[in-house]
Design a protein. Sequence first.
Length: 401
Amino acid sequence: MAYQPPSELLERYARVLVRFALRGGKGMKAGDVVMVSAFDDAKPLYVAVRDEVIRAGGTVIGNYAPSGAARSALELASMRQLETFHRDYYRGLARTLDGHVSIISTSNPRELDGVEPRKALTGRRSVRLYREWLARKEAQGLYSWTLGLYGTPAMAKEAHLPLADYWDEIARGCFLDEADPIRRWRETFREVGRIKRRLDRLEIERVHVEGDGVDLRVTIGDRRRWLGGTARNIPSFEIFTSPDWRGTEGTVAFTERLHRYGGMMEGIRLTFERGRVVEATATANEKLLTAMIASDPGAGAVGEISLTDGRLSPLTRYMGETLYDENRGGPQGNFHLAVGNAYRDAYAGDPGTLTKRDLKQLGFNQSSVHTDIVSTARRQVTALLPSGRTKVIYRDGRFTV
């Protein structure tokens, strides 16, 4: 009989997502309208999350779809159909939702291999305005979201793990193997908060990331703060910011395979000049990588730079899913870069007041994509401070602040 995650574990998972992760670690409020999104291969966790929202006094809008059915729709649809934006529907949804729990799963991690990459990316561009509405609402403190993962046999196979071991990593990474995972998350986020405050006090102007396969300089930018510990992702151990994209120079090679847009990319290497990718190569699926970077004007610029302290994260294995791989610990910790959209809450002020003009002037990148690419290789990060002196802030997989 195939492995099935225990119902008690799924109930704990649902409590973490609903009673903790929503509203930035405070949990949803009674009366909240929460969308729960999942494919049918994640049905057990979908039901557990839906029921937990109801127990917490909320109303559920279900977004439940068949897994493995995207390919035929993309192949049949014209570009005009894919670009259609149902404005009234999405406007109403953006006004209605207080929260969104998305459960990631797939019955085929490479379902869209061979599909024209332009088609795979068009759907995201078509709902860009909807995401902007939600981002504005989130910046005003009126909307929150979180992500979880439901492991399937196909996902475990892609990670070269037995399904039971794959779920063991999910349980460890979310503290679901403990009697009170929410208490453990709060302890972890207190330490994340301590590191963030120290980084903010340094008022870093620029960072130099150097090590195996990387020699990269990134301008942090004016009025920035470091983020993390907000429970948008479960698990979440990373500490990150959205820099001024215009000040990125150098080259970075990534060690981890990337499953995104229905395909798998491997051996990714990016070179930046004056903030933009000028060369992008991959040993597998380079066509998808280059299509992603060319998908809109901001898709080839940096939206996020992130580090994970290996002491915080119990994750040590490749999972084939960015939600986990970008939070992996291990002896060298984790460095990842996202090309595409920036997080406006990296603004050290009230992000709800920022206009599009403000975002542009401050160098917050704008794009329909946000693609995290991960390296677990050795690296050191040195900060340039306002005084002109430098300080190593990350070495040997650990923050040094």
